[in-house]
Design a binder for this molecule. Structure first.
Ligand SMILES: [Fe+2]
Length: 350
């Protein structure tokens, strides 16, 4: 009969064996801890309040120029993660560009998004396309696209940066390159990607559809998203877990904005308290406007306008709008990575 073997060895002999293995850079798997039955993130639920972040962003703008700092960025770091990132695979950072400043052109293999928090119309140039940036707008600078930022207004520009740098670093796939000039030459058109792909269901017929896996649309104005959310809210549509939630999509595929990052915007009605669920993906949230709290893994994260909070993977969460106005949340996740690798799961509580 076949059965599990029952070999018992003296401790001394085992330790001697293990020492030999260590010297050969080999580790016996049976002594290095048990199997985990489900994901347990090292990251913890956490909220960064705008009332703390904004003064420090302004202070950074006083102390450090964009010549010294390639990007004047404050990284929000999760209290329990070793690197300086808000979540396991995605960073959530605050970047500030002051009036008259540029941040010079470069490109990198990590993909990035910008969600505009404050400003009166600075711009980002992505592969020669000039993209205006207004509060609440989502701007993409996908994998290996040249990008530089500029603020020709007389007000500070502050935005949330979302990048997949921790993931790319873990995969050891990071490339970076400096552009030959400080800024890229700007091509034709006031906002060309929006002109070509910004109206649902239509695309230019005189040129082939782009073949890149990221979205050809690089600017998603808040004005459009807000209209869509309010129209659905008026019809009583939405998810019991997230209220009226819309995904920003690649208009050519219906898929996520970029291969590694999915972006969402949601509306929670005054008094709304969502049901509880969890997913295999980490999520960083930015409160566009509104006030309330989220219960994340049993912890209460109070939030209001412009705060940032993080929900680690496979952590139960629910959202409550305690205000008397609709709450609008922007969020981005690594769900496309999980789905591409067949690792994604979702579960409702109860
Ligand atoms: Fe960059």
């Amino acid at each position: 009969m076949l059965q599990r073997s029952n070999i018992v060895s003296p401790e001394e002999e085992l330790q001697d064996f293990y020492a030999q293995l260590r010297a050969q850079h080999v580790t016996p798997a049976w002594i290095s801890g048990g199997v985990s039955t489900e994901p347990k993130s090292k990251a913890v639920p956490y909220v960064w309040h705008w009332r703390d972040l904004r003064p420090q962003a302004m202070r950074a703008a006083e102390l450090v120029g964009t010549e010294q700092a390639e990007r004047r960025v404050l990284r929000l770091h999760n209290p329990e993660l070793e690197g300086s990132s808000a979540s396991n695979t995605l960073v959530a950072n605050i970047q500030i560009v002051m009036p008259g400043e540029i941040a010079r052109a470069h490109r990198h293999s990590p993909s990035a998004l910008r969600f505009i928090i404050e400003g009166q119309g600075g711009y980002t140039v992505v592969n020669g396309a000039r993209i205006p940036m207004f509060p609440g707008d989502l701007v993409l600078t996908p994998n290996w696209t040249w990008h530089d930022h500029a603020n020709g207004t007389d007000a500070p520009m502050i935005w949330l940066d979302g990048l997949d740098t921790p993931l790319v670093r873990m995969l050891e796939a990071g490339f970076y390159e400096q552009y030959g000039e400080e800024a890229q030459p700007v091509g034709e058109g006031a906002d060309p990607s929006l002109a070509k792909y910004g109206v649902g269901g239509l695309r230019p017929a005189w040129e082939p559809a782009p073949t890149a896996r990221y979205s050809p649309l690089w600017h998603y104005p808040l004005s459009q998203a807000r209209v869509a959310l309010e129209r659905l809210a008026a019809e009583g549509a939405g998810s019991p877990f997230d209220g009226v939630i819309l995904e920003y999509i690649n208009p050519l595929t219906g898929g996520p904005t970029m291969p590694t990052i999915a972006c969402y915007i949601q509306l929670l009605q005054p008094g709304e308290h969502t049901q509880v669920h969890r997913q295999v993906c980490c999520t960083n949230y930015h409160v566009i406007e509104g006030s309330g709290y989220s219960l994340v893994g049993g912890q209460q994260l109070d939030w209001e306008d412009k705060d940032v909070f993080t929900v680690p993977t496979w952590t139960f969460h629910e959202h409550v709008n305690t205000g008397n106005r609709p709450a609008f949340l922007f969020s981005f996740t690594d769900a496309p990575v999980m789905k591409a690798l067949d690792l994604y799961r979702e579960e409702a509580k109860g």
